[in-house]
Write a protein that binds this ligand. Structure first.
Ligand code: AP5
Ligand code: MG
Ligand code: ZN
Length: 213
């Protein structure tokens, strides 16, 4: 099963992707997490990506597409995967389509986690993430069992550099300009499913499971 998560920054793509992966035993592939791990390891790619990410802009397609294609070529992707944060532009979606159809394959579902802008900024300020496994928490709504520590892997939680309110605003406008058009793109392919991302995370997940079967 190949699934794409669509939605604004902070809509809960990462949270739901992780739950889907735990249930269906397929890998969770987040381009944001791949960039952040490159930044942490001080790679050339990480240095370039950081310039864009810190401003809330998209990393150019040239740096993003190959990274993703290499990742999905890994053995662990044979039974499918959940893409979280990719594609984010129409050209990225077209490359993915072309690559998959070359393999006689296709995306099965594009799940749009719908959350209005008003809710987003509030969510981001309370977010804490795991730098090791990518798990996402919220200090009020979804706290870890032990404060500041990841439930899944025990690493110390951090606040993301791009979660400052002014950067969040910028990420939201970039989303509306460059990523929202993908909703139509996948609707035309008849694989778009929209869920109400303002519900409790377990209710959102139940709606997603009802779609995936
Ligand atoms: P990326 O890491 O993908 O960030 P994003 O899209 O801005 O999305 P987030 O990770 O911020 O939000 P999310 O939807 O995963 O929400 P989460 O589950 O954490 O990308 C970062 C940057 O990398 C981009 O800005 C860009 O520069 C670059 N980049 C990445 N991919 C790229 C690409 N393909 N092309 C170009 N550039 C790229 O949830 C948010 C918070 O809400 C958490 O605290 C969570 O606990 C809480 N929450 C979740 N669900 C609920 C709920 N139902 N109720 C209450 N709280 C909830
Ligand atoms: Mg995320
Ligand atoms: Zn972790």
């Amino acid at each position: 099963m190949k699934i794409i998560m669509l939605g604004a920054p902070g809509a809960g793509k990462g949270t739901q992707a992780q739950m889907i992966c735990d249930k269906y035993s397929i890998p969770h592939i987040s381009t944001g997490d791949l960039f952040r791990s490159n930044i942490k390891n001080g790679t050339e790619l990480g240095k370039k990506a950081k310039e864009y990410m810190d401003k809330g802009q998209l990393v150019p397609d040239e740096l993003t597409v190959q990274l993703l294609l290499d990742r999905v070529a890994n053995d662990d992707c044979k039974n499918g995967y959940v893409l979280d944060g990719f594609p984010r532009t129409i050209p990225q979606a077209e490359v993915l389509d072309k690559e998959l159809s070359g393999l006689g394959d296709k995306v099965d579902f594009a799940i749009n986690v719908d959350v209005p802008d008003e809710n987003i900024v509030r969510r981001m300020s309370g977010r804490r993430t795991c730098p090791k496994c990518g798990a996402s928490y919220h200090i009020e709504h979804i706290p870890p069992k032990k404060e500041g520590v990841c439930d899944r892997c025990g690493a110390e939680l951090i606040q993301r550099d791009d979660d400052k309110p002014e950067t969040v605003q910028n990420r939201l406008s970039v989303y509306h300009e460059q990523t929202q058009p993908l909703i139509n793109f996948y609707d035309e392919k008849a694989i778009l499913k929209t869920v109400d991302g303002t519900k409790d995370l377990n209710d959102v997940f139940a709606d997603i499971v009802a779609i995936l079967g």
